[in-house]
Design a protein around this ligand. Sequence first.
Ligand code: ZN
Length: 446
Amino acid sequence: MTRWQRSGLRGSEWLRHRRWDAFRATLREPRDAAALARWRDARLAMLLAHARQHVPLFRQLAPADTTALAANGSLKDLHHFPVLTRRDYQEAGVAGTLTGNMKPERLLDRSTSGSTGERMVIRRTWLEERLLNCFRWRAFRSYGVGRHERIVNALFRSNGDPRDDQRLARLAMALGWRQMLVVDALGDDAAAEKAARFAPHCLTGMTSALASLADASIARSLPLSPRIVVTTGELLTAPLRARIESLGSPIYDLYGSNEFNLLAWECPAGQGTYHVCDDAVVLEVVGPDGRPVEVGQTGAVVVTGLHSFAMPLVRYSIGDLAVRGPDRCPCGAAYSTLMAIHGRTIDMFRLAGGISLHPWTIHNAVRPWLGMVRQASLVQQAYDRLEYLVVATEAMGAAEEAALSAAARAALPVGIGFTLRRVEAIPAGPGGKARPFVALAGLGGE
Ligand SMILES: [Zn+2]
């Protein structure tokens, strides 16, 4: 048995799930929105029929939820399907969420550590992983990152799965089709020097890894000035953006998740929107009733992965809030859009008196002082107390500290305490990410 077969790839997967068709879609961007919608409906019908037939979790759902959808397979009917949460998947167990004949040990593991330490097990085949990466590369190409450009990818540490065969990637590098250097931005003190020496056209990686790379580059006067910076993996907050901007390169943000890989990418034409990757996912922004909110309104992000057959994810609530944008980007691209991404609903603060507060309320209130903040983390310590950990620049004196605190207190409900504490560094949370917002442990809802 070859390594490809062990990792779950079978000839039938290529045929039955029309993988060639999906790979072809990643070669160029769709121009015709109506054709894209028809293609999506066909993929959706195929996915739902597969899930109903082969995956225990979906067999258990009421037939009325899925039968009509699988027959019609249209996005218009998708809201009949229940919104599933991480908890639904955890309760169904690994065996209940995988396609019947798939052996979990043969699949790639893309599980999340979860911002509250709750693990979400994600599995996919080697071929699915390649396909999702092809959509990601298409987004890079939309920023003009071509085969002859050098890329530095800044990560926290290697999190490779030994089953994830990288021979194709190594071959592409050997043939000169891809020139990429991977650096460990936090574990390797010389990461910035290595990155500068490579003279990348494109600098990409985890958002806070890029920010620390930018800090090191400025502090040591390194000649690191890529044509563009592409941030991934974390919310691009204003303080992080300001630090990365010190490199002087334009920044584009990718929005993704472990569950789906790429979800959306910032409009290359500078419209300020995010293009939703409509040919890889169905991304809905929904209200509490599970129906899409109006354009311009904020709702929960609910996603269906059109190419995830090993472990189907249908109307899965990934725990983020976003602002729905126009159904077509003003730049003329055929994609639907998001206007903003507000991060994890799981980090909503549940306060005394049954009040829910989104951390962005505070973030927006203190925005005028964020230029003096290198990094910050808003931590809930009790039902009635928040602490703002701040790594500040020298520009922030006692007067600025007091003004920032007063603005934050004014934005909070009466009776909720707020203190600012200056620290040397923000401790990393589970998964190695420093989190901008930390809700009280055990209170994170879904
Ligand atoms: Zn656009």
